[in-house]
Design a binder for this molecule. Structure first.
Ligand code: ATP
Length: 214
């Protein structure tokens, strides 16, 4: 059987318990050997730049997965100039594994409505399996709105790959908002990530660090 590798891209600004819970569930459910977190320099799907620098976001992911053998972090997107597309990342991982691994791209249910606008999404779907995971606060993934853009076959492909992850009602924006008001976020991020945030004074100042740097 081919090696199975799950790739989990996102801003991770910061990584939280929602991310790690669904990632662990997805790894098991896909019977993948490895899950790679891929912090993005700047998401083509978001209007704003990340708040924390890439090196901080990467360091927090490393802390969140420390000691977990099946989990890795890649800075391939942080190193790339804008715009950075998922397809480029998939091609890069395909080369890394000499086309011998089966690649899965994980996303939360909040991205469903935009999927048909992703850069060359059909080619992307030929090269990897896009797995939509459940997300608290969003409906069960329903791809019918994508029928006109993607067609029946692609929609069925997406529906077959849905992963029923546990619902964890946490978002990075909520965490940043709490921190900006001086509130505690323990329980929403791992203790090590919480310590890193405090040590580096991330997200706490209104005019915090320059957005989006490395
Ligand atoms: P923000 O609140 O800043 O938009 P976020 O919490 O959505 O951030 P991202 O880093 O943008 O976090 O998310 C990366 C990926 O993880 C996306 O595919 C997103 O859908 C998914 N995701 C984030 N939080 C959850 C969650 N609580 N449950 C399931 N999926 C999630």
């Amino acid at each position: 059987m081919k090696q199975r590798v799950a790739l989990f891209g996102g801003t991770f600004d910061p990584i939280h318990v929602g991310h790690t819970t669904v990632a662990e569930h997805a790894l098991c459910s896909l019977e993948a050997q490895t899950l790679v977190y891929i912090p993005t320099r700047r998401s083509p799907h978001k209007q704003v730049f990340p708040v924390a620098a890439g090196r901080h976001r990467k360091a927090m992911i490393e802390l969140a997965v420390a000691g977990k053998e099946d989990f890795e972090v890649s800075d391939c997107e942080l190193r790339r100039r804008d715009p950075s597309y998922t397809l480029d990342t998939i091609r890069q991982f395909d080369r890394k594994y000499n086309s011998k691994a089966e690649l899965f791209w994980l996303v939360g249910a909040d991205v469903v409505r935009d999927l048909d606008r992703w850069y060359r999404v059909e080619e992307l779907m030929d090269r990897c399996t896009i797995c939509v995971m459940f997300r608290a606060g969003y409906p069960r993934p329903d791809f019918s709105g994508l029928l006109a853009g993607l067609g029946t076959e692609r929609v069925e492909q997406l529906a077959r790959a849905v992963i029923e992850t546990p619902l964890v009602d946490i978002s990075s924006s909520e965490i940043r908002a709490r921190l900006a008001q001086g509130q505690d976020v323990s329980g929403l991020v791992s203790p090590q990530v919480w310590e890193y945030i405090r040590k580096n004074n991330l997200y706490m100042l209104e005019n915090g660090p320059v957005r989006g740097g490395f």
